[in-house]
Design a protein around this ligand. Sequence first.
Ligand SMILES: Cc1ncc(C[n+]2csc(CCOP(=O)(O)OP(=O)(O)O)c2C)c(N)n1
Length: 357
Amino acid sequence: MEIYRWPGEPTLHQILREDGTLAREEPPGVQDQAQAWYRFMVFCRRFDQKALNLQRQGRLGTYAPFSGQEAAQIGSFAALRRDDWVFPSYRELAGMMYHGLDPAHALLFSRGHPAAGYMPKELAMFPGQIIIGAQLLHATGAAWACKLRGEDRVAAAFFGDGATSQGDFHEALNFASVFQLPVVFFCQNNQYAISVPVTRQMATPTVAQKAIAYQIEGIRVDGNDIFAVYDAMRYAVEHARSGGGPVLIEAVTYRLGPHTTSDDPTRYRDPEVHDAWARAKDPLLRLRRWLERQGLWDEDQERAWTAEVDTRLAEATERMEQTPMPDPASVFDHVYAQMPPALRRQKQELTDLRGRV
Ligand SMILES: Cc1ncc(C[n+]2csc(CCOP(=O)(O)OP(=O)(O)O)c2C)c(N)n1
């Protein structure tokens, strides 16, 4: 794998070609995990579709789909230790579930349920951040704490290409590089920030080359190649854990669905470009082709796995829907230590109104 050094543009790290053959030797451990990764990718693809359907039926609120980004997410989370600190964005549900988040909990995010904001303590993972770029600073802070305490834990921040335009991105990279903190910045360049293409987001052709401004290592990786993503993240995590300082990874990928359920991507995307990503470059197809060559995939297995996934998803949906919704008047709580009189009145009005209906 080539670590980016000025000048020139970073090269794209790739192991698994689109036809499922290997461009170079796969990293250690991949042979044993590849089938489980694929099965989890199938789970995530169907989770995403299920969530979209639930939203269309009015059973979920706004949902941000991640289809197309499964390899980038699962490959990167797979290289983390369970006690490493994870700071995801709202689009990281595949990675978060791989890391151990209950799918019912993941669905509750899109219900706007306050319980979804509490992460299980054993996961050292924060809720999906909606403020673009804010989680990079949190990751940097956590990494600083780890360094001060002499712990060998690493922090990882996950974000999109749009987040690189935020001041938070630059502040986080600057601070982390000055203090040589154990943090990995993992950018999923999915080509768009809502309707803004990456070419309008930045003048540089890549995200990875921004590492040079902070004198840290930068890696550009094919984000639809789970082997290469795992390899890049494994390198970065070890580099950070062993005191080498932060690493910036750019995983080049594509969001197959809309930005969220409120978006219509046909208004800003080129159908031909979309088709190429949806077919030849699909991360599931690519891994499936490799597995088939190894005798680790066939259609009967796929059917059995899919049936198993659907049972799991039905069960998760049921648990999500059985979680009691909070009292709407609780929206006023937990903001002020002492609620101002105007809010107290509004809360009372809402409570009275609900009492009458
Ligand atoms: C600070 C801030 N500014 C603006 C927004 C509105 N907003 C929500 S998503 C989004 C685009 C983010 O794009 P990107 O970082 O590429 O991530 P992606 O959604 O593609 O995963 C914007 C601008 C926000 N949530 N936070």
